[in-house]
Design a protein around this ligand. Structure first.
Ligand code: MG
Length: 203
């Protein structure tokens, strides 16, 4: 249907904005949908020291320095874990994987991500998407990003288009810019799964 054929007469305001035909007006999500949607944020920072492997998103990146940390120090995976746990109000990575426990020493952080996925699943949530940014001065991360996205998506049981990873340098300033640290920030969107059983039993 062309905008001019639309049965609802547009208001003067709508007409005054270019390209704002009534058929293109965004529909407000229903109250029910808004209740189901939850967002979470996660952030992580590790100091870079010589002699440690640099692992981000489960990918080993050749470099002379790597993150100090109890596990593999994968800041990207840690930030995504916190975003997911935060979206479900399930605490944070430190609560589920305390660095005082020898159980987690040197383990792959993808294991944390798989565990976070299970916690969300048990709590009745489905992951919609994850978006993350890594701050690192050197080396360049762009050649490694497709593999990071695939590994993260696999650990979370998601499709490739549901996980986004971006990289930024620190422009030579602060801890990132001076090459002293790696930082990651992530957001996650999750939705509550419809509770078919309980609705049926009510009816
Ligand atoms: Mg960390």
């Amino acid at each position: 249907m062309k905008a001019s054929d639309h049965p609802v007469k547009p208001s003067r305001n709508m007409r005054s904005r270019p390209g704002n035909s009534p058929s293109r007006q965004p529909q407000h999500p229903s109250r029910e949908l808004l209740t189901f949607m939850r967002a979470g944020i996660g952030t992580d920072l590790h100091r870079l020291i010589p002699g440690r492997k640099l692992i981000l998103g489960g990918v080993r990146i050749p470099f002379a320095k790597g993150p100090a940390g109890h596990s593999d120090g994968d800041a990207l995976t840690h930030a995504i874990c916190d975003a997911l746990l935060g979206a479900a109000a399930l605490g944070d990575i430190g609560r589920h994987f305390p660095d005082t426990s020898s159980k987690w020493r040197g383990v792959s952080s993808l294991l944390f991500l798989r565990h976070a996925r299970k916690l969300l699943q048990d709590a009745g949530y489905v992951i919609v998407n994850v978006d993350a940014t890594v701050g690192l001065e050197r080396p360049r991360l762009s050649p490694h990003i497709p593999l990071m996205q695939r590994k993260l998506a696999r650990a979370l049981g998601l499709g490739a288009g549901q996980v986004s990873v971006k990289a930024k340098t620190g422009e030579g300033v602060e801890a990132i810019g001076r090459g002293e640290a790696v930082r990651a920030d992530a957001v996650a969107l999750i939705v509550e799964m419809p509770r078919v059983e309980s609705r049926k039993s009510k009816g």
